[in-house]
Write a protein that binds this ligand. Structure first.
Ligand code: IPD
Ligand code: CA
Ligand code: CA
Ligand code: CA
Length: 264
């Protein structure tokens, strides 16, 4: 698989930041952990990784703007291109020694995501995708799972942080979905939930209350693996609605219907 020059830049940035995360993993007492909300943690590990990604991306493409979880928007001279970066997706897992976390980097061109990289250093799994070129886990081409019936399916989801999301809605949806599927998982890193859907580990996935940096790279990965991605209403407004539903064509449709029924 030949990677484009720009994808190589993203891969190098993700691996470099991932190495920093691997060094910080398990060092929680030295990581100056603080809270952005009642259960929304941030640490020096998030900031260290973000600085590395920012330096690498700006070195390669000085004019591109950035949207990063910890620094917010950094304007560039080039209005057509924007990096969307989550330097540490899965901070709660990371701070608890759970090896399910990642660096996520996406490139948006004129409002469309054209490239994405998701790297989990703890499992040494590198997910890459370019628009029209497929999605890969390391060197292996990815394909979403083929299961077509919910009782055969493992579905991933997320639960919003305390104080920010609608837990009553989550409970309703989870109750509805768990009665119809083989298994439900909440792994705690949205970008990996999408990468795992692209890889066919999850048959489907949905979540509310996400930010663009949680979804940007992963949604391209699912689409490039032949899957369907939409917001909760079936539209393409994932960033505005902060919601996402993913799976193969059939499971995406069935899951969306179930979730609509759950909301009544
Ligand atoms: C969080 C994770 C989690 C999701 C949250 C996100 P962070 O990202 O992706 O799985 O449920 O909504 O904010 O804060 O660890 O980068
Ligand atoms: Ca966070
Ligand atoms: Ca995140
Ligand atoms: Ca983060």
């Amino acid at each position: 698989m030949a990677r484009s020059a720009i994808l190589n830049v993203m891969v190098q940035a993700a691996i470099k930041a991932g190495r920093s995360l691997a060094r910080d993993f398990g060092e929680v007492e030295n990581l100056q952990v603080s809270r952005k909300g009642p259960s929304d943690f941030v640490s020096a590990a998030d900031h260290n990784a973000e600085k590395i990604v920012r330096t690498e991306l700006q070195k390669a493409r000085p004019g591109y703007g950035l949207l990063m979880e910890e620094s917010g928007t950094i304007e560039g001279d080039d209005p057509q291109h924007r990096w969307i970066v989550d330097p540490l997706d899965g901070t709660t897992n990371f701070l608890h020694g759970i090896p399910i976390f990642n660096v996520s980097i996406a490139l948006e061109r004129e409002g469309t995501i054209v490239a994405g990289v998701i790297y989990n250093p703890a499992m040494d799994e590198l997910y890459t995708a370019e628009r029209g070129q497929g999605a890969f886990l390391n060197d292996r081409r990815l394909r979403v799972a083929a299961r077509k019936s919910l009782p055969d399916c493992v579905i991933g989801t997320g639960i919003p942080f305390l104080g920010v999301g609608d837990h009553a809605r989550s409970l309703k949806e989870i109750r509805h979905v768990m009665g119809e599927v083989a298994g439900l998982r909440r792994c705690g890193a949205a970008a990996l939930d999408l990468a795992w859907t692209a890889a066919g580990r999850f048959d489907g996935y949905w979540e509310h209350g996400l930010s663009p940096w949680d979804m940007a790279a992963g949604l391209l990965m699912v689409r490039e693996a032949g899957g369907y991605v939409s917001d909760i209403n079936g539209g393409n407004n994932m960033f505005e609605s902060r919601s996402i539903v993913a799976g193969n064509e059939q499971i995406h449709g069935q899951l969306r219907k179930l979730l609509a029924n759950a909301r009544g």
